[in-house]
Design a binder for this molecule. Structure first.
Ligand code: SF4
Ligand code: SF4
Length: 299
């Protein structure tokens, strides 16, 4: 099963839920535990799951974007490349062709459409992947993360390559947890794509509700994926999130109260299931509820 853990908004506790869910499920009895685990930190602008899981990263790979390079001996300055570039990353002005690397999405459209075959593509690294293993209790889990280079803007190709590189290594009956970036833009859509379930972590405030609505619209309405909600810092704010979930028929699968001890554990990089062992059962129950939503016959 493949589960993305997302939140429309940053700082809702998404990574806390992801790493504790992994650790709780990895410690279930063997007959209930998936045979393999894969955790992917897709928050490539600020990966931080490694702070909790302390993986041993043994592999590293650059993520390149293919940037167009013009051969001026062949170029006739016809302007076709600029015409087809929807990102305005290439411009033809008089007898000059300018490429703007930070805008280029490496889509290859200009190369394909150049009538003179005057463009070739050169790889430009925009980030990298790292992977290895981490210990979740007694269980060894596979762990991967991506990180975007400073000054780069395109996170999506890094997430795409992280998924492409590591998801196929997981057995069909294994469990993959993908910690999505915050927000609701392309990198989040890329993380959610192909998942069996999206767990949305929110907080019961007007801001949380606003971003939850958008996340629901992406995960359920756009991608057609089953979803469930975890309310973090339950007890603050108002009833807006509860009312929205009831009206939209979205199951609330877990509530984590506002608790100073939880914040302290987070600040020290200690997993909640270790700081307060009762959460081990709570996160295991969360997993069982997700299984029941995705594959009712297995629950
Ligand atoms: S499409 Fe090709 S030939 Fe035309 S301006 Fe661009 S690079 Fe030059
Ligand atoms: S590769 Fe795509 S995004 Fe980049 S300049 Fe060419 S058409 Fe534009």
């Amino acid at each position: 099963m493949r589960i993305a853990i997302a939140s429309g908004k940053g700082g809702t506790g998404k990574t806390t839920v992801a790493v504790n869910l992994l650790t709780a499920v990895a410690q279930l009895p063997p007959d209930e535990r998936p045979p393999e685990f894969l955790f992917l930190d897709c928050d490539v602008e600020e990966p931080n799951a490694h702070l909790f899981l302390a993986p041993r990263l043994t592999q590293r790979e650059a993520v390149p974007l293919l940037l167009p390079e013009v051969d001026f001996d062949k170029c006739t300055y016809c302007g076709k490349c600029a015409e087809v570039c929807v990102y305005h990353a290439i411009a033809v002005i008089g007898r000059q062709v300018m490429v703007f690397p930070q805008l280029c999405h490496g889509c290859g459209s200009c190369t394909y459409n150049c009538p003179e075959q005057a463009i070739h593509e050169v790889p430009r690294p925009i980030g990298y992947l790292e992977w290895g293993t981490a210990q979740a209790g007694e269980t060894l889990v596979n762990f991967g993360q991506g990180e975007i280079n400073v000054g780069e803007a395109l996170a999506t190709p890094i997430i795409r390559q992280l998924k492409k590189r590591l998801l196929p290594t997981l057995a069909d009956d294994g469990l993959a947890l993908l910690d999505a970036p915050p927000g609701n833009s392309c990198p989040v859509v890329e993380t959610m794509r192909g998942m069996d379930f999206v767990l949305l972590v929110t907080e019961p405030t007007p801001f949380g509700l606003h971003d939850l609505r958008e996340a629901v619209s992406v995960a359920r309405d756009e991608l057609g994926l089953p979803i469930g909600v975890v309310i973090n810092r339950d007890g603050v704010g108002d009833a807006g999130v509860e009312q929205f979930c009831a009206a939209a028929d979205i199951p609330i699968l877990m509530r984590i109260p506002l608790d100073r001890r939880i914040a302290e554990a987070y600040a020290e990089g200690v997993l909640l299931v270790h700081a307060q062992p009762s959460y081990r059962q709570a996160f295991a129950d969360l997993y069982r509820q997700i299984v029941a939503q995705v594959a009712p016959e297995e629950a």
